[in-house]
Every structure is written in C-alpha cells, then in structure tokens.
Design a protein around this ligand. Sequence first.
Ligand code: VGL
Ligand code: ZN
Length: 204
Amino acid sequence: MRENSGRVLIVTDVQRDFCEGGALAVPRGEEVVRPINRLAQNYDLVVLTQDWHPANHQSFASQHPGRQPFEEMDFPYGLQTLWPDHCVQGSPGADFHPDLSVPHAALIIRKGFRAAVDSYSAFAEADGSVTGLGAYLRDRDVRHVDCVGLATDFCVAWSAEDAARQGFRVRVFQDACRAIDLNGSLEAAWARLSARGVALTQVG
Ligand code: VGL
Ligand code: ZN
C-alpha cells in the first residue's frame, strides 16, 4: 500500500468557468490558485475534482424554458439550484485554471456527468450514488480530509460535510476557498459544517 501521512487534500473545481471571466465566475475565485499550489506541496495525497457536465445537463437553467439561473427547481432528488451553462465536457471553461499546478495529484473525480443528476460533493451525487472516493481514502488509511477550492458554499461544503459524515476528520482552509454566496448560502454552509465538527482554518 502507498505510504501517505493519513491525510488527503481535496482540491475542488479550480476551473476556468468558476474564475474571472468564466460562465459561473465565483467572486475572486482565481485568488485560490496561488495558496492551493503552495499548500498542495505539503501533501503526498492530493485529489482534484472537476465539474464535468454534458451540454444538456439538467442543472442548467437553459434546459428549462421560462426558468432563470439561480432559481430553485424541484428535482426527483430534492431542490436543485439552476445554474448558467458551465463546465461543459471538453469545453475550455471546464479546464483547470491554467495556473493551477498540482502535478502530483493522484486522482481526478469528475462530477455531474449524468445529465439528470447534479453532483456537488466528491463523495456522492445528488441522488446519493457514491463516487467511490470514501472507499479509496479508507483503503489508503486516510483519516484526515483537508478541503480547498470553489465554491466554498456549494462543492467545497458538500464534500466537507460528506467527509465528516463518513467519519473523516475534516478541515476547510477558508483563505483557499471563495464563495458564490447565494441567498445566505455561505452562512448556512458554515453552520452545517460546524454542526458536523468540521474545523475552519487558514493557509496563512
Ligand atoms: C459548483 C454550482 C454548480 C461548485 C458546481 O463547484 O461549487 N457550483 N456546479
Ligand atoms: Zn456544476
């Protein structure tokens, strides 16, 4: 089995579409790149996630006539926020930010590749289907999960929460994340995370 420090860094969705000029730009999203490049050097196990939607993904408001981005809509698995088209498979916006430099990353988890199901978390899709990441980490004796990336209040928070639910010790590096902050989503995310015992910390 591969030697590691019992710790993984999960780098969430540092993609062009979530950065300045992108289709679903997170305010100051590109600012996470530099701290993440530096932080990742301290980890021998790094997992990247990549939002990766087919062009007809049902989380896109464009797929629902009369609906606008950022509205909520009832889906079979619960309430789904509708988004502008973003991170379309194979498009430039789905690429990692060109300055992201984590060449030693072991695994890339692609999320949201089924048209009918969104997936914020690296551990499970919105309908509960697991990605296998939990088992992958347990197989490698990982106990500590550290989270960075975009967006704090959606994909980062959902992964951190799922990790905590699965019994990992979880930290979120606040200054290596940026939020969308939609209708109080950031405050709600922090509340859910602290209720789960997720620690908030800083790269510094
Ligand atoms: C994300 C909204 C839609 C994220 C992904 O990475 O936080 N947010 N798809
Ligand atoms: Zn998405």
